[in-house]
Write a new protein. Structure first.
Lengths: 327, 355
């Protein structure tokens, strides 16, 4: 009950904030719409990383995965002619990278943070290389409109509202993950792998199996988020499309203390900050006074403030980031 | 003792060479998938990077800032901190050098004779200051440095871009680039784009080596990195040591940015899109990891990466391929380095076969 009040309070706060923003000429419906668009990739990557870290692996390569799948997703959509196939290609490529990282971090006992840095740097090089190799044009690709997976428009009381199926899926996933982690034996097993892999192993839980599956799942969701960015949100890919979003997602993960529902909430907050920055930057009356460079700082500052406020007192799995060595 | 050290060094070198080879083989697979010729690609990459005299000098010029960003990452890394923020600290370092070397000395002309040291001092100061933010967040708020430094990177990207594209540091005659530093704030040119700044970089890296391995502070930094709890029991102030390591790291990264401005002809400035300083930090991370975080090894690995970056410029005209391939290769090499078991497994296997 107490939790419910908290959520109602949060929604009320949100409504007050967007109503106030009306005074500087920002349309609340449009703002919510772009906040949801901006939330989706963050939330997908964050949710995947939450379950991945629950089982004990850290993947800081999310940013790179999102960047690569943004480009490869566009290729998938163009090759098949269907935007949703592009999203699926993003999901699969992300999953493949997650599978490789998972095997490296379990059987290979890899140093996970360095592997993540490797994925990111590889992606910063591979993405421009891939765009050039595929479309013979440096740094940017705008696919034809028919192959995009644009959000659907819903009419509610005469108000037009755009929402993508992927966004709805993301919210459902947060609920499903919450249910699995806290209400099922599987959730208990996942948490055991992160807290004390030795004990989990003795209890007959396949630690490596669970870690590899969750690493695959986590990166697959980040991959879906990456393809969502290029195919549903921006309608094209540039070589720095991820703009550190993988790290914003990591911010959601640590601020939430590895809980799916708060992670979704923080993703919405960061997405809102981003959407707000984009709309403030082009608002007449503001853009003449404040250079857009400073408005764009908003999401990054939000993350720093939120993470430093909410990190306190959060507990993380004891075996997080450490390779489990079977005896 | 000497033989033991030599043996250890040799096995480290073998491990690195192995990572390089695997990285090159994996990227060959990617090149083939996209229908390019592997032989052509690697020919131009290495020809442009290492084969002829001028290419080597250019590679050294590219290696100069990488040496410093690599050492910057290594210092933090030895203290157990992943300073991904070397990237952003390089941007603000470049800004510091432009501010002092172009704006300040023209306003206060008394300072002109000391323009170069002043510019470098400012770049180090700003770099250190920019590293202080994530350091404080880490030490006092427990925010993981990987997240905070990336946020600081993007913040410094937008702020620096504002300063050099529309702000006070833009060149009024050529608005696509920043102000040019005065002649007193430039290193002398050795050949083409290579300047004497490389000597300074080597000296600074050697000093850092001395600091890390032959002073009390260096010992404390390395102890914190290996085991912070043991360091605490030994009476080391872990918080202070981490802060110091981060600040030193930031100052070195800032200096790298400063050297790009004061030591890179013919511009002696940076572009409004920050093209000259972007990715110097990330390449430096590769340099540090390939050099296994050892400053003296970093000098060599920076020349290797500098050569790759220099050689990759020939890929666009000759193979019609993006020069960014070299960065993808660096990423693959890092992935192999993150997996030391692979080398151990294969070398054990090979040894088993041979005996």
């Amino acid at each position: 009950m107490k939790l419910l009040y908290k959520y109602i309070l949060l929604i009320l706060c949100y409504i007050i904030v967007v109503m106030l923003l009306r005074f500087i000429g920002i349309d609340p419906v449009k703002l919510t719409h772009s906040a949801l668009l901006s939330m989706t990739p963050l939330a997908l990557a964050a949710l995947g990383e939450v379950v991945n870290e629950k089982a004990g692996l850290v993947n800081i390569g999310l940013d790179g995965i999102m960047l690569m799948t943004a480009a490869i997703g566009v290729w998938g959509a163009e090759a098949s002619g269907i935007g949703y196939i592009g999203l699926l290609v993003g999901l699969l490529v992300g999953g493949l990278i997650g599978l490789i990282l998972g095997v490296m971090s379990t059987y290979g006992k890899a140093i996970q943070i360095i592997a993540g840095i490797g994925v990111n740097i590889f992606a910063y090089g591979f993405t421009p290389y891939f765009i050039m190799a595929m479309w013979k044009f440096p740094g940017i690709r705008i696919p034809p409109k028919e192959v995009l997976a644009k959000p659907r428009t819903i009419v509610l009381n005469g108000v037009y509202f755009d929402i993508s199926e992927v966004t709805i899926l993301t919210v459902l996933l947060a609920l499903i993950f919450y249910y699995i982690l806290h209400k099922t034996p599987l959730g208990l097993r996942i948490k055991a792998c992160g807290e004390m892999p030795e004990a989990a192993d003795v209890a007959g839980i396949g630690v490596f199996k669970i870690r590899i599956i969750l690493s695959t799942l986590g990166s697959a969701l980040a991959g879906l988020g990456g393809a969502f960015m290029s195919l549903t949100w921006f309608g094209g890919v540039v070589k720095e499309i991820s703009a550190g979003r993988g790290f914003l997602a990591l911010g959601c993960v640590v601020a939430s203390g590895l809980e799916p529902l708060p992670a979704l909430g923080f993703a919405f907050l960061f997405g809102f900050a981003e959407a707000l920055a984009y709309s403030v930057a082009i608002t007449p009356g503001v853009k003449e006074i404040v250079p857009y460079h400073f408005v764009y700082l908003l999401p990054y500052i939000t993350v720093l403030v939120v993470v430093s406020l909410f990190m306190r007192g959060k507990r993380f799995p004891r075996a997080l980031g450490l390779p489990y060595i079977k005896e | 003792m000497a033989i033991l050290i030599l043996k250890k060094t040799l096995s480290r070198v073998a491990e690195t060479v192995f990572a390089l080879l695997v990285g090159l083989i994996l990227s060959a697979v990617i090149i083939v998938i996209h229908g390019y010729s592997v032989i052509d690609t690697y020919y131009w990459l290495f020809y442009g990077g290492f084969i002829y005299y001028n290419a080597i000098l250019d590679a050294l010029a590219f290696a100069t800032p990488l040496m410093l960003t690599g050492t910057a990452f290594a210092v933090a890394s030895l203290a157990g901190l992943f300073n991904i923020g070397v990237e952003g600290q390089t941007y603000v370092g470049a800004i510091g050098a432009i501010f002092a070397g172009a704006l300040l000395v023209t306003k206060v002309s008394v300072l002109k004779p000391i323009a170069l040291p002043l510019a470098l001092l400012f770049s180090m100061l700003l770099g250190a200051l920019w590293a202080l933010g994530p350091a404080i967040l880490k030490v006092y708020f427990g925010v993981h440095e990987v997240i905070s430094t990336i946020m600081f990177n993007w913040m410094s990207f937008y702020i620096s871009m504002y300063l050099v594209s529309t702000g006070p540091l833009v060149d009024p005659n050529r608005p696509e680039k920043s102000l040019t530093v005065v002649e007193e704030a430039r290193f002398s040119v050795i050949y083409s784009i290579l300047t004497t700044s490389i000597y300074l970089a080597v000296i600074i890296v050697s000093i850092t080596y001395f600091l890390l391995w032959h002073t009390k502070l260096g010992f404390e930094i390395r102890t914190c990195g290996i085991n912070p709890d043991a360091a605490r029991y030994a009476g080391i102030n872990v918080k202070k040591t981490m802060l110091l390591a981060f600040i030193i790291s930031g100052a070195l990264a800032g200096l790298a940015g400063g050297l790009i401005v004061t030591g890179r002809p013919p511009k002696w400035a940076i572009h409004g899109t920050l093209g000259d300083v972007v990715n110097i930090g990330f390449d430096g991370i590769g340099v540090a990891l390939i050099g296994s975080n050892h400053p003296l090894a970093i000098i060599f690995s920076s020349i290797l990466i500098g050569g790759l970056r220099n050689g990759s410029r020939l890929l666009e005209p000759y193979v019609k391929m993006s020069s960014e391939l070299s960065r993808a290769i660096i990423g693959l090499i890092i992935l192999v380095i993150a997996l030391p078991e692979l080398y151990r497994y294969i070398s054990k296997h090979l040894r088993g076969r041979l005996t």
